[in-house]
Design a protein around this ligand. Structure first.
Ligand code: ATP
Length: 324
């Protein structure tokens, strides 16, 4: 449905998107996850033809977004970071205008708009000027315009930003409902949001794709290597020597000295749980365990782990100049 190959965007010397390649399959919900400044909006703006890539290829339904823009864009509905609404129009006027732009057949407009307004929960405000709506309602109007024309692919840049928790749940429900008939790509910096609605997660950090898997796959990846935090009475060398004899232990790293002894972080090999062997090994070496903590890692950990090293620095952000 969407094929992205070596997609790159440079703003002057700054590499905002760095050779991204991925595919989005039909009928699935994809989550584009990354911290602020990771390159999500830039990527989405390129996917939808808003800005041109510096390098790389984008095909929507087999159509190249640069060579056949009209054909490619026909298949896409887009909610950009800032909803493209006209403040001086009423909700109804604005959506009718969008329907016309998207060439929805005249006789279908009324029924389609009524359906979309009902779906997005904006029926009650349809006669109001958009400038008088709350941020959450404006976001819903933005979402509604992306759905108009029922495009095959719906791309949503941070669709729940500015919504209250109840509205967030409603929009997530709506995304799930839309996914029955549409392919959806949404961006977010909130991991729980992405794992709640998406079939597949793409994690992007500093413009690079650092992980691509199902939420379950990512969790499995995490759990496959358990970590123990251990405090034992002895020196670091003694503890390391005793533990490194165990074949199921991959790494032992110092995690600080405490009053109760030395604290280490122990990584076990994939799928292993050698807490019992570890207990006997340390007992045999006369290194009593004072504390032992089995670390259950969450999806949040993998996100932080994958994105931490690549965080853009605040000074870097400040030095950037607007290019467009
Ligand atoms: P956020 O969640 O904060 O919206 P994002 O993941 O969407 O972040 P982008 O908006 O794509 O990130 O920005 C990626 C990088 O490119 C950032 O470092 C940003 O400052 C930079 N950038 C974006 N647009 C421009 C521009 N027009 N000129 C210069 N730099 C830009």
């Amino acid at each position: 449905m969407i094929e992205v190959k070596d997609l790159t965007k440079r703003y002057g010397d700054h590499l905002a998107v760095d050779h991204l390649s991925f595919c989005v399959d039909k009928g699935q919900v994809y989550g584009f996850l990354g911290a602020n400044g990771a390159g999500k909006s830039t990527t989405m703006n390129m996917l939808t033809g808003y800005i041109a890539p510096s390098e790389g290829e984008i095909r929507i339904n087999g159509k190249d977004i640069l060579r056949e823009p009209e054909e490619a864009k026909k298949c896409i509905g887009y909610l950009p970071e800032l909803p493209p609404v006209y403040m001086d129009m009423t909700v109804k006027e604005y959506l009718a205008f969008v329907a016309e732009l998207k060439k929805v057949p005249k006789k279908e407009i009324k029924e389609q708009l009524a359906e979309i307004m009902q779906m997005t929960g904006i029926e009650d405000v349809k006669e109001r000027l958009i400038k008088n709506l709350s941020k959450g309602y404006r976001q819903r109007v933005g979402l509604a315009q992306a759905i108009v024309g029922y495009p095959e692919v719906i791309i949503l840049d941070e669709p729940t930003v500015g919504l209250d928790p109840k509205q967030m749940i409603e929009i997530r429900e709506l995304i799930k409902k839309l996914s029955e008939k549409h392919t959806i790509l949404l961006s977010s910096h909130i991991l729980s949001e992405v794992s709640a609605v998406c079939d597949h997660i793409l994690i992007i950090s500093h413009g690079r794709l650092v992980a691509s898997d199902s939420p379950e796959g990512l969790e499995k990846q995490l759990k496959s290597k358990a970590v123990l935090k251990l405090t034992a009475l002895g020196t670091l060398e003694e503890v390391k020597a005793a533990l490194q004899q165990l074949p199921e232990i991959e790494a032992v790293e110092e995690a600080g000295e405490t009053e109760k002894g030395v604290k280490v972080s122990v990584t076990m090999t994939e799928g292993a749980d050698c807490r019992e062997e570890l207990f006997y090994a340390l007992a045999a070496a006369k290194l009593p365990i004072m504390e032992l903590q089995y670390e259950k890692r969450s999806l949040e950990d993998i996100f932080l782990e994958l994105t931490e090293e690549n965080q853009p620095k605040a000074e870097e952000e400040l030095q950037e100049t607007e290019v467009e």
